[in-house]
Ligand binder design. Structure first.
Ligand code: KG4
Ligand code: ZN
Length: 383
């Protein structure tokens, strides 16, 4: 089953074509095209993502990216697709804010045959609403032109599905998903696929956001996660900086990272930091984050008798976090199955959106595309 997936929730314009096969308990995926047009450099100038700029860049890049994805996957065939005046009018009405897109899209689609895909998947939330709309609108227009099924997907469900790429292990339930990204820090109990209950979450900053903010305090460029983890490796052993472990012993599964960021701010304020001081701060910050994430995650694993731990979101690129999780499993939870995404599906991408759509289609659990709209604050238990 071939799925074309579109993802524009933040600062990456991403399109993938994925061929899925097998049952939901044992699926396998072949990636025919995996494209990401990153806007990181543009936003780095501002120290973070600017929604209006993100939207503009998505609108500029998305049709060329679609063209490239279809070409790369061998699905682009020169030819003709007839688009009626009625369809053109519907398409123009979809794109109320991106005036150039309907014309560009119609021209592109008229010059090729209808591609041999089974469905179109699109991220409809959570994320930056103006950015999300670009992908949602393109997907709606393609649904009209190609008459293919449109499957709306929750971005965080995409992250949950991401470790299935290239993985033969079966997920056993109950499973726990730890979601760690720029906008989310959540522990989600999954009794089965698509059955999600948030049991813990951050009370303030998301963990990726904390990495990005601490990086900024240390004069490192955006996005800060990879910068901090690289710098942390350079710290000499035996450092003396000590940061708090917020909510480590609280009687719940919640997190808080904003105080940790403030502690870093106070510790470095008005100080002339040496390179080793900075590296030491990065290492201690990372250690504090990993310690609280591990503590709450494994507490939930014990208390809910969890069989599989699934981790998703950009922060799981962090080697210290990956190593910490595997070490704890090997020491105290040897029966636990662990599902970690591998590059290139760790940070935002469209392949994971296609994988989630495949699971939903196989289970006949896809959300209707009727009246589809972008929802910036969509929750995982709300799909
Ligand atoms: O999932 P993602 O690509 O986008 C969102 O959905 O937010 O996650 C991006 C976040 C950023 O905050 C980034 O700094 C963080 O993931 N990140 C990392 C690392 N690589 C990316 N955080 C810590 N260590 C890393 N190696
Ligand atoms: Zn993400």
């Amino acid at each position: 089953m071939k799925i074309l997936a579109i993802e524009t929730s933040c600062d990456e314009t991403a399109i993938s074509v994925v061929d899925g096969s097998g049952e939901i308990t044992n699926p396998s995926f072949s990636v025919l095209s995996h494209l990401i047009s990153s806007q990181v450099e543009l936003h780095a100038k501002w120290g973070g993502v600017v929604p209006a700029l993100a939207k503009r860049e998505h609108a500029k890049n998305i049709i060329p990216l679609l063209d490239q994805a279809l070409t790369e996957s061998g699905l682009k065939k020169e030819g003709q697709t007839n688009i009626t005046d009625k369809q053109k009018k519907e398409i123009a009405e979809i794109f109320t804010h991106e005036e150039n897109l309907p014309e560009e899209l119609v021209k592109f689609a008229e010059g090729i045959t209808i591609p041999d895909i089974d469905a179109i998947a699109v991220t409809y939330g959570p994320g930056l609403e103006p950015a999300l709309w670009v992908g949602v609108n393109l997907a709606k227009a393609l649904e009209i032109i190609w008459q293919k099924k449109l499957v709306p997907i929750n971005h965080m469900e995409g992250h949950i599905a991401s470790p299935l790429l290239g993985n033969d292990e079966r997920v056993e339930f109950p499973a726990l998903a730890l979601l760690v990204s720029g906008g989310h820090t959540e522990l989600v109990l999954c009794e089965d696929w698509f059955d999600y209950k948030i049991i813990g979450q951050t009370r303030d900053d998301a963990v990726g956001e904390a990495f990005d903010k601490v990086a900024r305090i240390l004069d490192l460029p955006y996005p800060g996660g990879p910068q901090i983890s690289t710098l942390a490796l350079k710290a000499k052993p035996g450092g003396s900086i000590k940061l708090p472990r917020p909510m480590l012993h609280s009687d719940d599964y919640d997190f808080s990272f904003s105080g940790l960021k403030t502690a870093v701010l106070y510790a470095v304020r008005d100080k002339d930091l040496s390179e080793n001081d900075k590296a030491e701060m990065a290492r201690e910050f990372q250690e504090a984050v990993v310690e609280v994430l591990l503590k709450k995650t494994f507490k939930a694993i014990s208390n809910y008798d969890i069989k599989s731990l699934i981790i998703g979101g950009g922060v799981i690129a962090n080697e210290a976090l990956r190593a910490g999780i595997l070490k704890e499993r090997d020491s105290n939870f040897t029966q636990l199955k662990i599902f970690l995404p591998e590059s290139p599906v760790i940070t935002d991408n469209a392949t994971m959106i296609a994988i989630a759509a495949y699971l939903r289609l196989k289970a006949h659990q896809e959300k209707s595309s009727e009246n589809l709209r972008a929802i910036g604050n969509l929750r995982i238990d709300q799909v």
